[in-house]
Ligand binder design. Structure first.
Ligand SMILES: [Zn+2]
Length: 112
């Protein structure tokens, strides 16, 4: 079931599972236009700051006080996983450095 728009071709070619994988720094390839897509890296980096904060804070509290903080850490991790699905997708250039598929089709000045 595909319901997420590709930022290259604006077609619904990605599923929520694909979106979840981009939240784990995955790079996807569109089935329609073969453009490469990833999650917005700055937003993802901010989100991963909270992952580290979650593990360090509640791991430390579990070591200091009670193992129940490990449960709090897991719940916090799941909440962050939920938000990772909503990090917007961003188009990537092809790995060989050529223009992206959307640029190739819309830019008439390009000679190659
Ligand atoms: Zn596409």
């Amino acid at each position: 079931m595909t319901s997420i728009l590709c930022p290259h071709c604006e077609q619904k070619t990605f599923s929520w599972w694909h979106k979840y994988l981009t939240g784990k720094w995955g790079v996807l390839r569109c089935r329609q236009c073969t453009g490469r897509v990833c999650a917005q890296p700055i937003v993802l980096a901010a989100l991963y700051f909270f992952y580290v904060w979650d593990v360090v804070l509640f791991g430390y509290l579990a070591w200091l006080d009670s193992l129940w903080y490990l449960l709090v850490m897991v719940v916090g991790w799941l909440i962050l996983d939920y938000f990772s699905v909503y990090v917007p997708l961003t188009p990537l250039r092809p790995a060989d450095g050529a223009a992206s598929p959307a640029e190739q089709s819309s830019d008439p000045k390009q000679d190659s």
